[in-house]
Design a binder for this molecule. Structure first.
Ligand SMILES: [Zn+2]
Length: 417
């Protein structure tokens, strides 16, 4: 276990009610909570030590930055991954303030990563993707109120003020109040478009990279002044993109793989927590600075959510399979428990790292236990814990883990940018 608690003074700290997600509201049976291993990031875990505001700087290698990625906001429309309730956004900003975290600007981030600037131990970099009008109408007033700097990753085809897009004037107004502009390409292509171009050969591919990454930098610089950061749409990036990035004037580029950023971070593949509107578990992870390497994709040791390779596989078929690697849009976690002797189907529970206990359904005829994922998952690993009682009342459990490749082809090309 990596968890190392520093001073915990939760009494002084009234956490904002962030357990809005019904999946995270624990329901019953204290007994199960006792016996099941607790994933690192269950709800109450994220209420952590509090520092006074004005945290002091530390040596550069001791700083950890949680980069947060947001999209669209509304107080009324149905929340989705990409659309957050405005009041939830306010709660999150308030959480950051109360927890004594330091919100830094992109400039401060770059000076820390590339220069000699020091920062406090626990920092947050706020980014907002795509250029939704609601960034101006909903999020900006809150960010201004808190005095938090932020970065807008804009794609140039969606910057005309029509529909739900921002106008350049709105962007300029935000620039005057702490916003940095970064590029999010010209047309926000899906991976399938990139793959099509790849099939046409390296020249065609390079031309598309130039058009999307290079031209957007030029256009945005003309409109808003220096642009030197990029955010890969959907997190999709390839070696050819990385190679050409410096030629366009980008010094840093952001992914959608969640982990704390250290001073040694690869500047062209910077980790970022995508904060969903319909699931607050990723925000909780982002706010947990006790496990500094949380979700670190470097593969240095088993991170939380990864079971030891020696954990025996479950004694029944499961999907995804143990140690399998799947795409971020894998549909469900399923355990086929038909052959489990003496199973009492009413007692089956499923816990998933990062989500806690999940509302898995149990088909009593086929004894198929299934949790349909509420969103795409960009954590590098997930571990699953299934427990059940036999008809005599003995409790049993099975565990397995699998990996997620954030660059794997997405099958469900729907509304998610
Ligand atoms: Zn996007």
């Amino acid at each position: 276990m990596l968890a190392m608690c520093a001073v915990v003074c939760a009494q002084e700290f009234e956490p904002v009610p962030m357990n809005l997600d019904p999946m995270l509201l624990d329901d019953d049976v204290a007994e199960e909570v006792q016996e099941a291993p607790r994933p690192e990031d269950e709800p109450d875990d994220y209420v952590e030590e509090v520092e006074k505001p004005q945290a002091l700087d530390v040596p550069r290698d001791q700083t950890r930055v949680a980069v947060l990625g947001y999209h669209n906001f509304s107080q009324k429309a149905k929340v989705t991954q990409m659309l957050m309730r405005t009041s939830d956004f306010r709660e999150q900003m308030e959480y950051i303030r109360r927890a004594g975290l330091t919100v830094i600007s992109m400039q401060e981030f770059l000076e820390w990563r590339f220069g000699t600037r020091t920062l406090p131990a626990r920092c947050v970099l706020i980014t907002l993707d795509d250029g939704w009008k609601s960034v101006y109408t909903e999020a900006f007033p809150i960010l201004k109120e808190y005095g938090y700097p932020f970065t807008l990753f804009l794609y140039t085809k969606y910057l005309h003020g029509r529909g739900d897009s921002l106008t350049p004037e709105q962007v300029r107004e935000m620039q005057a109040h702490g916003a940095t502009v970064g590029s999010h390409s010209v047309s926000h292509l899906y991976p399938s478009s990139w793959k099509k171009a790849q099939k046409q050969g390296p020249e065609a591919y390079a031309a598309l990279v130039d058009a999307e990454l290079g031209e957007s930098q030029k256009k945005l610089s003309e409109l808003f002044g220096q642009v030197n950061t990029y955010c890969y749409p959907g997190g999709y990036h390839t070696p050819a993109m990385l190679e050409r990035m410096p030629g366009y004037g980008y010094v840093a580029a952001f992914t959608v793989i969640p982990a704390k950023v250290t001073v040694n971070e690869d500047p062209l593949q910077i980790h970022r927590y995508m904060i969903f509107g319909n699931n607050h578990s990723i925000f909780r992870q982002a706010m947990d600075f006790r496990v500094s390497q949380l979700g670190q994709a470097s593969g240095s040791g088993a991170g939380p959510g990864t079971l030891d390779q020696t954990t025996p596989p479950p004694p029944f078929p499961v999907e995804p399979r143990p140690h399998e690697t799947v795409a971020p849009d894998f549909p469900a976690i399923t355990a086929y428990m038909n052959d489990v002797a003496g199973l009492n189907p009413d007692t089956v529970q499923m816990k998933v790292s990062g989500f806690g206990r999940v509302p898995a359904t149990v088909d009593k005829a086929t004894r198929t236990v299934q949790w349909v994922l509420p969103c795409r998952i960009y954590m590098p690993d997930l571990s699953v814990h299934v427990s059940w009682k036999s008809v005599e009342g003995t409790r049993h459990k099975a565990e397995w883990s699998f990996s997620i490749n954030p660059n794997a082809p997405i099958q469900t090309e729907n509304t998610i940018p």
